[in-house]
Design a protein around this ligand. Structure first.
Ligand SMILES: C=CC1=C(C)c2cc3[nH]c(cc4nc(cc5[nH]c(cc1n2)c(C)c5CCC(=O)O)C(CCC(=O)O)=C4C)c(C)c3C=C
Ligand SMILES: [Fe+2]
Ligand SMILES: [Fe+2]
Length: 354
């Protein structure tokens, strides 16, 4: 049956019954920089079997005999340096993004912020979304490159949380956005701002590290990453390799910044324990650069979308100190996308195309 034009326009005026929940999820941060709160956060975070992927008893002993007593007080000191009057930057930017994204998407969507660890929890955010009678829920973990320890862990907890709901909504996950044009443009614009102010001898792209075995375990092709040049070009076979994904983000950022080979380095930070993590390590690259006469560095941290301990303190302060101890003169961290307009535009596009 054909509808005449009046009937079609009447249909268009019927309000959509669809309502979409958008769950944005970052890693998590302690509730305060006090030792007990940092200890509670590290316990929850590091007891996750996707983060420290060793047998339960060994993990329990490591956390309770080493990390909780010794690492927590050290980390608490660093969190105190990071802390702003309103709280942890990761959470402050999270709430600001929640508000701005809600405004940008409009009434048909309800945006909720959650943290994988601590608060606001995934369970509380999903419980609130559930009350709103959603047709579908889009989950966006705030990790540009996929890793089982980050994105994978968010997926798992979301699925576990809703698995017994009577009515299951349509559920979509944004798996990665390492090459999203707006995500890349956001970092390129920030970099260009610094490059217009002075000349840099070298650009460093420092990503969060990962134990090598976590990449090997995730390789369903059984071709096994060699942690060398096999990660240089992202393709269908190595697309799940976190290291290869980081090199792809670098390739796109370097292209956007007009950098030539030799003018930049990809490296990996924040390793923990004695097991091999993906290389090269940022703290080993820095003395190699200064030995070659590099005096000024522009440093990006493109595995994070919001400033946090890993960007502000590790890259911004600790690597700067290391660089200067080794004879470097000017180390500049490029801040993260935080709650910038281009990050909100990236998210709107991810939602619209999910
Ligand atoms: C021990 C194993 C760890 C793995 C594997 C890991 C993967 C991983 N982490 C992020 C993002 C963030 N990590 C942050 C802090 C942080 N990460 C680890 C350990 C592992 N991460 C520790 C012990 C800490 C705490 C730092 C300390 O106490 O010294 C943060 C910052 C949180 C903040 O509050 O500012 C983020 C973000 C990703 C993306 C990832 C896998 C790729
Ligand atoms: Fe981490
Ligand atoms: Fe690889």
């Amino acid at each position: 049956m054909m509808l005449d034009s009046q009937e079609t326009s009447e249909l268009k005026n019927i309000p959509s019954i669809r309502k979409t929940g958008v769950l944005i999820v970052n890693l998590g941060t302690p509730d305060s920089p006090s030792v007990p709160d940092v200890r509670k956060y590290l316990r929850e975070f590091l007891m996750d079997e996707r983060v420290i992927d060793i047998p339960y008893l060994n993990r329990w002993l490591l956390i309770n005999l080493i990390i909780a007593p010794f690492r927590a007080p050290k980390s608490a000191k660093v969190y105190k340096e990071l802390w702003l009057p309103e709280g942890s930057p990761l959470k402050i930017y999270g709430y600001s993004v929640e508000e701005k994204l809600q405004k940008a998407l409009g009434e048909r969507f309800v945006v909720k912020l959650a943290m994988r660890y601590q608060s606001p929890s995934i369970e509380s955010a999903l419980t609130e979304l559930r009350k709103e009678c959603f047709t579908d829920i889009i989950v966006i973990p705030f990790f540009p490159q996929y890793a089982s320890a980050s994105t994978g862990s968010v997926y798992k907890l979301v699925m576990e949380t809703i698995k017994d709901w009577e009515v299951l909504p349509e559920l979509r996950f944004v798996n990665r956005f390492l090459d999203h044009p707006k995500f890349i443009e956001g970092f390129v614009n920030l970099g260009k701002k610094y490059m217009a102010q002075r000349k840099y001898d070298h650009v460093v792209f420092s990503y969060h590290g990962l134990p090598e075995r976590q990449i090997t375990k995730g390789d369903v092709t059984n071709e096994q990453c060699q942690f060398g040049s096999c990660c240089d070009v992202l393709n269908h076979r190595n697309q799940h390799c976190y290291r290869a994904q980081c090199f792809e983000t670098t390739r796109l950022l370097a292209k956007g910044l007009g950098l030539k080979e030799g003018e930049y380095t990809t490296c990996f930070q924040s390793r923990l324990g004695k097991t091999p993590w993906i290389k090269p390590y940022t703290d080993e690259i820095i003395p190699q650069l200064t030995a070659k006469g590099v005096k000024s560095v522009l440093a990006f941290s493109p595995s994070f979308v919001a400033d946090c301990l890993e960007t502000t303190i590790e890259v911004g302060d600790e690597y700067k100190e290391l660089f200067e101890e080794n004879g470097g003169e000017h180390w500049q961290l490029v801040e993260s996308l935080n709650d910038s307009d281009i990050w909100i535009e990236t998210l709107v596009d991810l939602v619209e195309n999910a």
